[in-house]
Design a binder for this molecule. Structure first.
Ligand code: SF4
Length: 362
């Protein structure tokens, strides 16, 4: 729960502090003080003091941020900088100053279930999933619309393991994106609807390759609680338990780097299981995209709704991450989530989401 005291503490702390400049992806890409953690604090301090007002300039600063948790991670006081920004976005939405993209994303999710407003696939036909099984797969919006290879890969893996699974007829969106964009009520409502559908499915185990969904189910967001009911597993946590039952081809000789999605790095931590899967298949530990790896992993550009509000900045973040991976000598990036894989694709290095990597080795 982010309280008024937390908000004021964050504003007063960040407004005069440069200590996370080096870790703030936006600051290091834009190379402008205006887009630093200190400037976000100072901007909100000026509003608080009545010397400035919420408006288009405030919105430009607040929506140009990945909400990736890295400032807080390196902050000696663990100041909730991200929550401060997301709260400011909520105020901008209420005051009518959020970028038009925010209401478009909200309308798209309401109309289609995904933020791009794309027609949804027939998930049962695409995934091979049935109904009323103990295991429920929640693929998430990115896998359904932008990375269907993840759905096909998981189908192949579970078929090899002889595990039946069900899928929801209409998965829709987990709500975290709406929350981070400042649409708190819509985000909470989306999460609640999804939670009710999952509980009604009767499954006792929920597996997802979607980092936002995993964060929503495991720790919740805002006032939305974690999912009560089924055990929630990220794909790597599930695979770690049964990787020994799978037969893999001889591994391709290539250098593999693993990319930690922000949610798995810092919010709903899941760091070692994906590395264990890569090791089981390739015979070697994946390369660490150091020093920005594990808890300090840089964002792929897909967090905080930036790919909607400032798409070019999101692309620059993806290019940065791929360059960081290349600098380690990597020839392949294995990404821990569908959204990170979709974001990193197309910047000069082969990219596979973890389930795709596993299915390709079968
Ligand atoms: S998050 Fe911490 S390190 Fe970053 S500006 Fe705020 S107080 Fe400083």
């Amino acid at each position: 729960m982010f309280t008024e005291t937390d908000r004021l503490t964050a504003i007063h702390s960040c407004r005069s502090c440069p200590m996370c400049h080096h870790a703030d992806l936006v600051t290091t890409i834009e190379r402008r003080e205006t887009y630093s953690a200190r400037a976000r604090g100072l901007t909100l301090f000026a509003v608080e003091q009545g010397v400035s007002e919420l408006g288009a300039e405030t919105a430009d600063v607040m929506y140009r941020f990945f909400v990736d948790g890295l400032c807080r991670q390196v902050c000696a006081g663990h100041i909730p900088h991200d929550d401060m920004v997301v709260d400011a976005r909520r105020r901008l939405v209420a005051a009518g100053y959020a970028p038009p993209t925010v209401s478009r994303v909200k309308a798209n999710i309401a109309a289609t279930g995904n933020p791009w407003g794309e027609p949804e696939p027939d998930l049962r036909a695409l995934s091979g999933g049935g109904s009323r099984q103990n295991v429920l797969l929640y693929f998430g919006p990115t896998a359904r619309i932008k990375r269907v290879g993840v759905i096909q890969a998981l189908n192949r893996i579970l078929e090899k393991l002889g595990i039946g699974f069900s899928v929801l007829n209409d998965e829709r969106d987990p709500g975290l994106l709406l929350h981070q964009l400042g649409e708190w009520e819509s985000g909470a409502a989306a999460a609640q609807v999804l939670a009710e559908r999952i509980v009604r499915s009767g499954a006792d185990t929920l597996i997802t390759p979607d980092a936002e969904a995993y964060q929503t189910f495991k720790v919740g967001f805002g006032e939305t609680p974690a999912l009560a009911g089924p055990a929630v597993l990220q794909v790597s946590e599930f695979l770690e338990k049964c990787v020994g039952q799978l037969q893999f081809k001889r591994p391709k000789q290539q250098q593999i780097a693993y990319h930690d999605p922000c949610a798995f790095a810092r919010t709903a931590t899941c760091l070692d299981p994906p590395r264990a899967i890569v090791r089981a298949i390739s015979g070697a530990d994946p390369l660490e995209i150091g020093p920005w790896t594990r808890e300090l992993a840089n964002c792929s550009g897909e967090c905080g709704g930036v790919s909607f509000t400032v798409p070019l900045l999101a692309i620059h973040a993806a290019e940065r991450r791929v360059q960081e991976a290349k600098a380690t000598g990597a020839e392949l990036i294995v990404a821990g989530s569908s959204a990170a894989a979709a974001m990193l694709e197309g910047h000069g290095l082969e990219v596979l989401e973890l389930s795709e990597f596993v299915a390709q080795a079968l």
